[in-house]
Design a protein around this ligand. Structure first.
Ligand code: GDP
Length: 443
């Protein structure tokens, strides 16, 4: 996401780096390009105007610092204003008052409501809450089954809705059941339509009056850009939204929705969907996103992701093994599984400062699932001893391993060779053996 915008803004900043000071002329010129970059990213034109006016004012205002180069000054100002545009501080869920709390998910069909409901339930459970899922989309065929399947996978209770039931009745009965089951947060997956329509809105308003939800989250497909914002306005007028979830931010959404929604509707984005998996939901942090847009990377999100999967002790133990070239196939398999949980290598690289540009040079970094499966099945076919001590693997053992996983000896050979190379590289990268150069485990 935001790649094009990010590239465009960076080329504007580059031009400023050749300048001695900020003046009316170069600011005007630079902002013309910022304006175009934002419009191209499908940001609402009123938002763009407001944004560039503010940046101009600040660039030419009193606060310009002597001794700091113009490019840095402009980046700092654009960064601050982007944070503001994205909603300022992080605004998590506001769950207060009577329990169980109620979160109502609303939005058009296909925006990702059902998926996001399950993702949110999973997220809340990690926050030590007891979620309860309510399929209340009685119109879209299979929506109820879809949520039931996800709930079952997660082991989270869900209401046994049927398409014959009325959504308001579902909501009230489900609430009673959630309380009975001692759940403390009810997530309502409501029906969507292809377009905003009166009947749907009335139904949602009736559900709102029945349950008085703490949160009404508008789920929007980020790929639809400004359309998402227009629809949000319509929902907001009827329901009074408390926040938004922007889905499909892993795709090539240009960023228009994320950058316009707060200014146009007054609603803050609270979460973003970063993929189809249940774990692909991130809390929306305007400052980190602004950093990502400006190519400063988002190390904090990376660290959080990594922390969810690995403890400090584990990371240190792994770093030691790498330094001493003791990294074995057991460790390799563990890392590979972890990597899969974190998402693709490419996704991780995007979060590292400066890596955005490198990514283009490196080309396709995605290791396909199929290849990962092949590697894992070779490792699984080794004995514990072989995994811990790869040097033991002689030709006859290779043959046995290949037979065990239904592959050629050459496949096993290739894996062992790449593994040996990787181990060597790790040792070098981690400064193995050299004093005072302590490496850190890559996430
Ligand atoms: P609903 O009609 O609003 O309930 O939408 P669904 O939850 O069924 O989602 C529609 C489609 O979008 C499904 O194929 C989902 O897998 C997909 N989807 C939802 N959220 C995301 C996301 O964050 N990223 C990606 N890539 N796909 C998503």
């Amino acid at each position: 996401m935001f790649e094009t915008l990010s590239d465009r803004l960076n080329s504007v900043f580059k031009k400023f780096s050749g300048q001695k000071t900020l003046n009316e002329e170069n600011v005007q010129e630079g902002l013309r390009e910022v304006r175009l970059a934002l419009l191209e990213a499908d940001v609402n034109f009123k938002v763009v105007k407001q944004f560039t006016d503010r940046v101009r004012e600040r660039c030419l205002g009193q606060e310009v610092l002597k001794g700091v180069n113009p490019a840095q000054q402009v980046i700092k100002i654009v960064h601050d204003e982007l944070v503001d545009l994205l909603g300022g501080g992080t605004t998590g869920l506001d769950l207060r008052g009577k329990q169980p709390y109620v979160i109502m998910m609303v939005g058009l069909q296909g925006s990702g409501k059902t998926t996001s409901s399950a993702k949110l339930a999973n997220y809340l459970r990690k926050q030590k809450m007891k979620p309860y899922l309510v399929p209340a989309d009685v119109y879209r065929p299979a929506a109820i089954d879809q949520l039931h399947t996800l709930a079952k996978q997660l082991g989270i209770p869900a209401f046994a809705s049927t398409t014959q039931m009325n959504p308001v009745d579902i909501a009230t009965a489900a609430y009673a059941d959630a309380r009975e089951q001692q759940c403390n947060v009810v997530i309502l997956d409501t029906a969507g339509r292809l377009h905003v329509d009166e009947q749907l809105m009335n139904e949602l308003v009736a559900m709102k009056s029945a349950l008085n939800p703490q949160e009404i989250l508008f789920v929007a497909d980020a790929m639809t850009g400004q359309d998402a914002v227009t629809v949000a306005e319509a929902f907001n007028a009827k329901l009074g939204l408390t926040g938004a979830v922007l889905t499909k931010m892993d795709g090539d959404a240009r960023g228009g929705a994320a950058l316009s929604i707060k200014t146009v509707t007054g609603t803050s984005v609270k979460f973003v969907g970063m993929g189809e998996k249940i774990s692909d939901l991130e809390v929306f942090h305007p400052d980190r996103i602004a950093g990502r847009i400006l190519g400063m990377g988002d190390v904090l999100t990376l660290v959080e992701k990594a922390q969810a999967e690995v403890t400090q002790e584990e990371a240190e133990a792994m770093a030691q093994k790498m330094q001493k070239a003791e990294f074995d196939f057991d460790d390799f398999r563990t890392q590979m599984r972890r990597m899969r949980k974190l998402g693709s290598l490419e996704g991780i690289l995007k979060l590292i400062p400066g890596m955005g540009k490198l990514r283009d040079k490196l080309g396709d970094l995605h290791v396909p699932d199929k290849e990962m499966n092949r590697i894992e099945s070779i490792i699984n076919s080794m004995t514990d001893q072989e995994r811990r001590n790869p040097d033991l693997i002689n030709p006859s053992r290779k043959k046995r391993i290949a037979g065990g996983c239904g592959m050629q000896v050459q496949d096993v050979d290739n894996l062992i060779k790449s593994f040996a190379q990787m181990r060597m590289m790790m040792k070098q990268m981690m400064g193995g053996g050299k004093k005072g150069k302590k490496g850190k485990m890559p996430a």
